[in-house]
Design a protein around this ligand. Structure first.
Ligand SMILES: [Zn+2]
Length: 273
């Protein structure tokens, strides 16, 4: 019997354990109780919090049976007791992982095998780029290596997934900013029509050293908090295409993508003060 809400389940499509917040966003995933003697189908359900719920009930004695479990023969008699929400896990995947097509429901034997291989693994818990950057700040530097993080099917951790550009060579083409989140120091200034974010790190172009730059129209700022940092040093995070040389050959230009959930530029106050 569990006192905490059930937030992890086996997922047939991803062949792993997944967190309920992921199952809630993709209702086509088929989820099962991870206990190999139970393996009942579970679904995300929200009352106050979101948890995995077994419509048919878990098998008797399943450790995932909720303490407040009501009599399945008398569903009207349910007496919901306050249930504890376990701590939110650290996101371990940037964006939704690809969902393999599995049209045939799994057999009992396949589920038992999956429950055994997935036993020791952490549940898949995808998140947006801004959530992952926030999490990066929260994890002490010495512990970042211990927390896995998948980007584009690459198995990194919170240290290896992030590239600090300061110590890189000054060749723009070595930036791998699709499969990593790059970050660096920058200053923010204000021109007549634009705010400018300019990296302190420079990259070579025809013998000249040029910054990475992000231009934000003052009248229509796509990065809302940039104005707050004018005259200051900031830490920026970028995932997306490699910045390209601009028309005047004065900078390598960031172009914010339309969908900034999984890529784009994120600004934080500088830590080196
Ligand atoms: Zn169960």
């Amino acid at each position: 019997m569990r006192k905490e809400l059930m937030v992890e389940a086996l997922c047939w499509e991803t062949q792993s354990k997944i967190h309920v917040s992921y199952a809630e966003k993709d209702r086509r995933l088929s989820c099962f109780c991870p206990d190999e003697h139970c393996l009942v189908r579970v679904y995300p359900k929200t009352i106050k919090n979101t948890f995995f719920y077994a419509e048919e009930g878990h098998v008797t004695g399943c450790p995932n049976e909720a303490e407040s479990h009501s009599d399945p023969l008398q569903p009207g008699e349910a007496k919901p007791k306050p249930s504890i929400l376990p701590p939110t896990p650290i996101p371990n995947c940037l964006g939704m992982p690809p969902r393999p097509q599995r049209r045939i429901p799994p057999s009992k034997e396949q589920l038992i095998a999956l429950s055994r291989t997935a036993k020791a693994s952490r549940p898949l818990y995808p998140a947006t780029m801004s959530k992952i950057v926030d999490t990066w700040f929260k994890i002490p530097e010495t512990e970042r290596e211990a927390h896995s993080l998948t980007i584009n099917d690459h198995q990194w951790n919170y240290k290896s997934a992030f590239t600090y550009i300061r110590y890189l060579q000054n060749d723009i083409n070595i930036l791998d900013c699709e499969n990593h989140i790059i970050y660096g120091d920058a200053t923010v200034s204000r021109g007549k029509h634009y705010y400018f974010l300019s990296s302190i790190k420079r990259f070579l172009f025809n013998g000249e050293s040029l910054p990475l730059r992000f231009d934000v129209p003052i009248r229509n700022p796509c990065l809302n908090n940039l104005a707050d940092y004018v005259g200051q040093q900031v830490l920026f995070f970028w995932r997306g295409v490699i910045p390209a040389i601009n028309a005047k050959h004065t900078a390598y230009q960031f172009l914010q993508p339309d969908d900034t959930n999984l890529r784009g530029l994120i600004i934080h106050p500088s830590q080196s003060k």
